[in-house]
Design a protein around this ligand. Structure first.
Ligand SMILES: *Cc1c(COP(=O)(O)O)cnc(C)c1O
Length: 677
């Protein structure tokens, strides 16, 4: 028993378990009630393990097997030909029990860390130790979103405090305005990837600064800029203190761009001239932008910037004007805000957007900065996002694929592997789809009554199921389906060809527009004709996400083009035989081939239209496509009850989308085109 326990202790400290069901299942079995009550937390389940389970010989055997698999994964060395990377991001979505993320950016970063580990890329990730993370969502009687911030205890997380050789916590210091701020760091292992999370909650700090790193995207711009000083400048100082060798720094979105100022400072201290120092910084960093609209970029008031970064500016020996110029397109414009994206662009050797369309849009948006007329001359390229299949493939999907495709996890980016989907008979594919839908329906039936405002879903495992879940940012238009209520009700009234729709998602606590969208969806769940058929799930997280993307037949995605930089939730459905019904925005123009899902509209340009025109146009296209294509394809069955046209599309989706939009392909692209010098 003691070795079983030791092995579990070893395993729990590396979140390899987060994408390996063989391990995660064991932690759940240790104490299922505690595991579920804690939000699927393996650390807590292990602490509360039942002796009877630990003593069970069969259980021990399975622990041995999982442990061997873990050891084998960790035994293969890092690839010495790859550059040593440090990756900076404000948020990381790694597992539902780790509240370090709010949405797509975090999920993308988490998947990137895991794929980097799978590829044996030397990779260190830097983030913030968000003890209160994002927020827990609930609804009032009237569907208004409310927020709670449960505080996590570090002892409940798979992290350890970073200490020096004498056993004392490692502390780095940054200056915010007039004050020094001390930071400690927590280490988390993600397979081969090591992550450091900076934490300002120390007694040596002034009371009001202790909570600085507690919450994601809360507070005003003074909190935000201080968090970004911690992430960028504190992150570099931590890497130096720990003696971690880095060849290239990847700034994932502008929140971490201050790291370039610290690198610049180091270069100047080493005796380089300003010009040489700038070139030296540029040679070591790359920058990824995810934000397709001007207003979305992280920007700070000039006086706030000067105040908070005074000591940094002074040690760089820059005038106020020259310093602010680093974050301005036009360095001589005294009114322009300090833009973190501009800072990142200025000091990076490579810049990229996260889909072809997003790259094009970014080139247009930033041509002033490169002082060219022709957007095509702007050097911003793109690497389209992908998803970590081990994380997002549902357990039954992993089993199905292993049975039919063999060792798929290690060959996921190989199109040849997925061509073998053609060998699977229609009946089996349809059975696969139906079983995953049934699993989702059961999950909804079980969860909905437990919500603060209980839902009474009347879902049927054989009915066409539409899923929509993501952040409720207004541009994502969560209520587009309801835009023309009469047309929608007509669709619902066709009882011989029924549909059911499930929604989930959080709005930013300060986004009134987003909260209003949630409320409208909530109201529709109460509509006499839609009750039970339209459901809104509470407290969207990675677990709910996994059920939805694996169970939905149709994944609805209707952002206002071209606002969706990439979007990744739709990429998660293909491996489950789900089909996208999506605006041609973000990744979908690259994924859509005419027969592997559906497009809403025909335009895939980066042009911006007046929402008053675009919204009703898109809504009508959506109704037409549902009525004329999606619903008939689902319900037209052959003699064996198989919807052959539907299954043909499923097949195409699985063959064409999974490998292309995998995080493995994505990180390989980064290595080849962005990271390698
Ligand atoms: C995949 C995912 C997202 C991203 O969804 P988009 O459609 O790309 O916005 C956000 N949140 C969670 C929990 C996810 O799993």
């Amino acid at each position: 028993m003691s070795t079983t326990r030791t092995k579990l202790h070893d395993m729990v400290q590396n979140i390899w378990w987060s994408w390996n069901p063989v391990a995660l299942d064991l932690f759940e079995e240790l104490n299922p009630a505690v595991f579920h009550a804690s939000g699927n937390n393996p650390v807590i389940a292990l602490r509360e393990a039942k002796g009877i389970v630990l003593n069970d010989p069969d259980f021990s055997k399975r622990v041995d097997a999982a442990y061997d698999a873990f050891q084998a994964y960790m035994a293969t060395p890092l690839n010495a030909e790859y550059p040593k990377m440090a990756y900076f991001c404000m948020e990381y979505g790694l597992h539902e029990s780790l509240s370090l993320y709010s949405g797509g950016l975090g999920i993308l970063a988490g998947d990137h860390c895991k794929a980097a580990s799978d590829l044996r890329l030397p990779f260190t990730a830097i983030g913030l130790f968000l003890r209160e993370g994002y927020f827990k969502q609930s609804f009032t009687n009237d569907g208004w979103q409310e927020h709670q911030y449960p505080v996590v205890n570090p002892a409940d997380m798979p992290v350890s405090l970073v200490k020096d050789d004498s056993g004392a916590p490692v502390i780095v210091t940054v200056q915010v305005g007039d004050r020094p701020l001390n930071l400690q760091a927590w280490e988390m292992k993600i397979g081969h990837t090591v992550m450091y999370l900076l934490d300002s909650d120390l007694e040596s700090n002034p009371e009001y600064l202790r909570a600085l790193t507690h919450r994601l995207y809360s507070g005003g711009s003074d909190t935000r800029i201080m968090q970004e000083i911690v992430l960028g400048i504190g992150g570099i100082r931590l890497l130096r203190t720990l003696g971690i060798e880095v060849e290239t720094y990847h700034m994932n979105e502008g929140h971490c761009s201050f790291l370039t100022l610290e690198l610049l400072n180091e270069a100047l201290q080493n005796g380089l001239s300003m010009e040489e120092a700038e070139a030296a910084v540029r040679s070591k960093t790359v920058f990824t932008t995810h934000t397709p609209v001007e207003a979305g970029h992280d920007r700070f008031d000039p006086s706030l910037t000067l105040y908070m970064l005074r000591t940094v500016r002074e040690s760089l020996g820059l005038s106020e004007r020259d310093f602010l110029g680093l974050g301005r397109v036009d360095a001589s414009d005294p009114y322009a805000l300090f833009n973190m994206t501009i800072l990142g662009f200025r000091f990076s050797r490579k810049q990229n957007g996260v889909s072809a369309l997003n790259g094009e849009l970014s080139r247009r948006m930033f041509k002033d900065m490169w002082q060219v007329e022709d957007a095509a001359k702007v050097p911003i390229t793109h690497v389209t996002n992908g998803i970590h299949l081990g994380t997002w493939a549902a357990r039954p999907a992993q089993e199905f694929l292993s049975k039919h495709l063999g060792d798929w996890q290690n060959r996921a980016a190989d199109p040849g592997l997925w061509a073998a989907i053609d060998q699977i008979p229609d009946e089996l594919l349809w059975k696969y789809r139906s079983s995953l839908r049934k699993r989702l329906v059961e999950f909804i039936q079980q969860r909905a009554p437990q919500q603060t405002i209980p839902m009474e879903p009347n879902f049927d495992p054989d009915v066409l199921t539409i899923g929509f879940s993501r952040r409720f940012a207004t541009y994502k238009r969560a209520t587009l389906l309801f835009m023309n209520e009469e047309r929608l009700l007509e669709i619902f009234r066709k009882t011989d060809r029924p549909i059911q729709v499930v929604y989930a998602g959080k709005a930013h606590p300060q986004d009134e527009g987003g909260k209003q969208l949630i409320q409208r969806v909530f109201w529709y769940t109460q509509h006499t004709e839609l009750r039970g058929k339209v459901v809104l799930m509470e407290n969207y997280n990675m677990e709910i996400g996994r059920y939805l993307v694996s169970g939905a037949d149709i994944w609805l995605n209707n952002p206002r083009r071209p606002m969706e930089a990439s979007g990744t939730s739709g990429q998660k459905v293909a491996i489950h035989g789900g089909l996208n019904l999506s605006i041609l925005d973000g990744w979908w123009p690259e994924g859509y081939k005419g027969n592997n899902g559906w497009a809403i509209g025909t335009d895939a340009s980066a042009d911006i239209k007046d929402p008053k025109i675009q919204d009703p146009e898109d809504a009508n296209f959506l109704y037409d496509t549902l009525e004329n294509e999606v619903i008939p394809a689902f319900y037209n069955r052959d003699n064996n009850g198989i919807p052959t046209a539907w299954v043909a599309r499923m097949r195409e989706a699985m063959k064409t989308l999974v490998y292309q939009f995998s995080a493995e392909r994505q990180v390989r692209d980064y290595i080849e085109h962005i990271y390698k010098v």
